[in-house]
Design a protein around this ligand. Structure first.
Ligand SMILES: Cc1ncc(COP(=O)(O)O)c(C=O)c1O
Length: 376
């Protein structure tokens, strides 16, 4: 049986953000929740904890241990226990690290289009945004990055998303090595969000930033939250390069106390016992990307979409459709909810992000709603 096989009726019983934000006549393919059942190994660990009344504070290194084992098996990457800190989630880990390595007013590089909280944690905490957009083919603009690092803002930190949300680009080892070299030359701390790292199609190589030479001063933040759909259990990991002891020692104390005990149990169960499941659903994600491409070609031919090999999103250019606001138009006229590209960067208002971690049935219905919204 397919993993993305839940019916709309089953999914509408859910009370979390994806299925409850919009009225019941809207089909939601937006926020990064997956339309999957909980993996049996994770629900077994969760149920055992609840049955035992095991709902107190976390103790020990269960999550860090699970991650180290997973990283070694999946990427052949050996992480020392001393490099890993457990925390409450990924974005607070990125924020806490950013606050540790920068002062208010310091420049921080991001690459739009980008997961919106990257911009938030720079702007809301009085750092200065230095934006270097991805190229037209969705890759890192290395000459642009070099110019920004050498430019007047003199950035002190760089927030990279790897793989990149929303467009699903998987950065190559060569690109990442160049980035590390540029950051070292300009004394910039590279903080890399690798939460989507397991979600990479077979045949594409994901390179953990800290597995590369020159990553001694870089930091990775991650969790099992995306790849196993565990956002409700707040947990995260901060992994420092081999020469980041001074940074790790200065991380905010409460950040390092914010992991929940059930998060540690469920995220660890995912990494220890449910890796094969990710590979299984990745085949479905790639098929869903191909399905989206062919449905758009037939029914919305002016939309431009190229399937990526990372993340479970479709990042679709709707500028050929002649709409003032495509996401709003599809919502209002088609009753289908996508993420508005403008939330990933003001210049991307003609794009939508479509969450493809769902059934082919729902994707097919979503595209027919897009087409209907255009014919009205
Ligand atoms: C790139 C990226 N980082 C972080 C998160 C959220 O992680 P957390 O809830 O652990 O902060 C998401 C969620 O979609 C994401 O896409």
């Amino acid at each position: 049986m397919a993993i993305f096989d839940l019916t709309e009726a089953e999914l509408r019983k859910r009370s979390s953000m994806k299925w409850q934000t919009y009225p019941p006549d809207v089909l939601p393919l937006w926020v990064a929740e997956m339309d999957v059942a909980v993996h049996p190994a994770i629900s077994a660990a969760l149920l055992a904890a609840v049955e035992n009344g095991d709902t107190g504070y976390p103790v020990g290194r269960r999550y860090a241990e699970a991650f180290r084992g997973f990283a070694k098996r999946r990427w052949g990457w050996e992480v020392a226990d001393t490099q890993v800190r457990q925390s409450g989630d990924v974005m607070n880990s990125m924020l806490g690290t950013l606050q540790t390595v920068t002062e208010p007013g310091d420049g921080v590089v991001i690459n739009p289009p980008i997961y919106p909280p990257f911009r938030t944690i720079v702007e809301r905490y009085q750092r200065q945004l230095v934006e270097v957009a991805l190229t037209d083919t969705g890759r890192l603009d290395l000459p642009g990055i070099e110019a920004a690092l050498a430019g007047p803002a003199k950035p002190k930190a760089y927030l990279l998303c790897s793989p990149h949300n929303p467009n699903g680009t998987v950065h190559t080892a060569a690109e990442l090595s160049t980035l590390l070299q540029l950051c070292a030359e300009h004394d910039v701390t590279l903080i890399v969000d690798e939460i989507h790292a397991p979600i990479v199609a077979a045949g594409t190589v994901f390179t953990p930033i800290l597995s590369l030479p020159g990553s001694e001063r870089a930091i990775s933040v991650t969790s099992a939250g995306k790849a196993w759909n565990l956002a409700c259990f707040k947990g995260g990991l901060i992994v420092g390069g081999t020469q980041t002891g001074d940074i790790l020692a200065r991380l905010p104390a409460l950040l390092l106390q914010s992991m929940g005990h059930i998060a540690a149990i469920t995220h660890a169960a995912a990494m220890n016992s449910a890796a094969d499941w990710v590979d299984e659903y990745l085949l479905e994600v790639q098929a869903n990307k191909e399905l989206l491409a062919s449905l758009l070609r037939e029914q919305v031919p002016a939309a431009r979409y190229t399937p990526s090999t990372g993340c479970y999103f479709g990042w679709v250019d709707c500028s050929g459709l002649g709409l003032a606001n495509p996401a709003r138009h599809f919502l209002d006229q088609g009753r289908v909810a996508f993420n508005d590209g403008a939330t990933f960067g003001a210049q991307y208002g003609q794009w939508v992000r479509i969450n493809l971690a769902t059934s082919p049935r729902i994707i097919t219905e979503a595209v027919s709603r897009m087409a209907a919204a255009l014919s009205e």
